[in-house]
Design a protein. Sequence first.
Length: 667
Amino acid sequence: MDRLSALRRVALASAVTAGLLAAVPAPAADVPDFPVLSSPAAVRQACDQGLAEARAQLAALERRPADAGWLAASDALSATIEDRYYPIGFLSNVHPQAAVRAATQACELRWQGFLSTLGLNERLYQALKSLPPGDAIDQRAASLAMEAFEDSGVALPPAQRPQAKRLADRIGELGLAFDKAVRDGRTRVAFTEAELKGVPEATWRGARRDAQRRILLGLDMPSYLAVMNNAESAAARERMYRAKMTEGGPANLERLSQIVRLRTEYAALFGHASYDDFVLRRRMTGGTERTQAFLDEVKAAVTASELRDVEELRQAKAEHTGQPLADTRIQRWDVFFYGERVRRQRYGIDQEAFRPYFPPQESVQFVMKLAERMFGVRHERIQGARLWHPEAQAWAVVDADSGQRLSTLLIDLYPRDGKYNHAAVWPLRGVSTASGRLPMSALVVNLDRKGLSLEEVETLLHEFGHALHNNLSRTRYTAQAGTSVLQDFVEAPSQMLEDWVYDPEVLGLMQQVCADCKPVPREMLAQARRARDHGKGLTYSRQHLYASYDLALYGPRPAGQPVDPLALWVAMEGATPVGHVQGTMLPAGFGHIAGGYAAGYYGYLYSLVVAMDLRTAFEGRRLDAAVGKRYRDSVLAQGGQKPPLELVRDFLGRDTNSKAFFDYLAE
C-alpha cells in the first residue's frame, strides 16, 4: 500500500490505455490475461520487458523540456509502471502456485530497485520545480510529486543519496519477506470433534484430518473466528489463539526489528529524530504531537468502559464455568467467546444465524446493488475473463445513466493456501481523465462458502468501499486517483459505509438480487445493531493499543538503543486489563506496521472520526440518490486532487468535527 501511493506521487501516473499484461485495443476489452504469468519463466520475461519499457520511457522523459505537457508525459511513465509492475505485485498475494508467487516476489524486488532510483532522479525533480504555473489541480499534483521526490532523498546532499536508496531497498526487501512468511504459512491446528463442540459443523465437516483422525483447521479468518467465537472448549480456543498469534514466527520479529532500525536511520538522513516525525508531518494530523493528543483523547473516552466490559466478561465466564467470580480471570482466548456469549444472551443474536440470509455470491451482488442505488453505477459480469484462479471474477463498472464504461473490478472470494488471508483491495490501475485511462481494482476477501455473518457483510462492504473509491475516481492524474489520499483519511469512505448493513431498507436490496433469500427480520437486525455497539470499550481500547504500539515502535529512542518489537508489545499489552499471553508474538504477523501503515496505524481511528461525520449527511436517507451523487462527485470522484478537509467541506457544507465519534463512544 505504501509503495503504491508513493510510486504514484513520484511518477505522476496515468496515460494511454495500456493493458495490464499486454496491450489491448480499447477500454471495453480491458481485462487482464493473467494466465500469461502462469510460470516462473513467464514472470521473469514479463519482468524484463516491463522494466526495459519503463527505463526507455524514463530516458525520454529526462530529455523532455519542463513545458506545459510535462505532467502528462510523466503520467505516461507512471501508467507503464502501473501496468507492468502492479499486477505482478498483486499476484504474489493470490496466485495458487508457490513457484509463481516466489517469481513475482523476486520481480517485485527488481521493481523496487528501479523505483528507489527513480525517486532520486534529480532531472525529474528539477523539471517539476521548473514547471510553468498551472491550475489548482496541476499545482497540487506537482507539489505532492515534489514532496515524494524529497522524501525519497533527491534533495539530500549527493553523498547521502546512495544511503537513502540502500535503506529503501532493504526495507522493501524485508517487508516482502515479512508478508511472505505470513501468507505462505501452512499452520494447521488439530482438534477432536469433541473439542469443536459449539463450532458450526459446516466449518470443519469437510476439513482434512491427521493420522489420529483429528480435524485440521487453518488460520484463515473464517476458521479462526468460527473457533474463537463458538468453541466451548477453552483449550481448543487457546490452541487456535496461540497459533494465530505466532504467525510469521521469530524470523518476522527479527525482520521487524531490522525494518524499524532502518526506517529510523532513514528518517535521520532527513534530520528527524524518529520515523514518526518523518511520516506524520505529511498527514492530516500534521505531526507526532497532535497524533498522540488524539490517541490520548480516545484513551480517556474508553478507559472506564473497557474495565466494565472486562468485568462483564468475567462474570459471564464465572457463570458458564461454575467458578467463583473471585477466582475467574479472562484470558485472551476468552474475549471473543464470552463477548459473543453475552451478546447472544442479552440480545438473542448469534452471528451464525445470519449465514442463511447472505449467500456469498449474492452478498457480492447486494453490495453492487447498493452502489447502483446510491451512486448510479451498475456492475456487469465479464464472462470468459482469464484470471489467476478459476473462481476469480471480473466485472465491468458502468454508469447507470449514460451506459459509459467507468472501470473494472476483479474479485477473489474464498480462502486457499498461499492466498492473502485477510481482506483488502489492490488499486491496480488509477484513472486519468486527461488521457482516457480507466481504473481497475481487485477485491480480495476470504468468505465462508456457507454464507456470511452480518459482521462479514460489514467487512465485505468496507472493502467494496475501497474499490468504489478507486473505480469511481475521476481525477486528471493517476497520481491523485482514488485511494491516493492522505493515509489518515483513506479508510474514511469505506468506514462510512459499514453502518449501512444495519439499515433494514438497505438490506431490502438483497431480495432484488436474490429472490429466494429470505429478508432478515427487522427485530433481528435491530438487536444485531445493539449487540454490535455492546463491548465497544474493549473494541476501541484494542484499536488504541495497536495505534499506540505502532507510534511507540517508530518513535524516538536513545542513540544506539535498538528496539525490541516483542518486548515493547509484551509491556504494552501486558499493561491492559486482559494482559499478555506469554509465548505469543502478535507483531510477527502485524503486516500493517511492517508495511505501508508504519507510523500510521492510528489512521484507522482518525479516519473513523471523519467517517462518522460523513454519515450525518445520510441520516434517515441512506439510499438517497441525490445525496449519493453529491458524495460521489465531491469525495469519491476527487481522489486526492484536493486536500481531505476540503473534500469533506465540499460534501457536508461545513468543516468536519469529531462530535459524532466521541458522542458514540460516550453512549
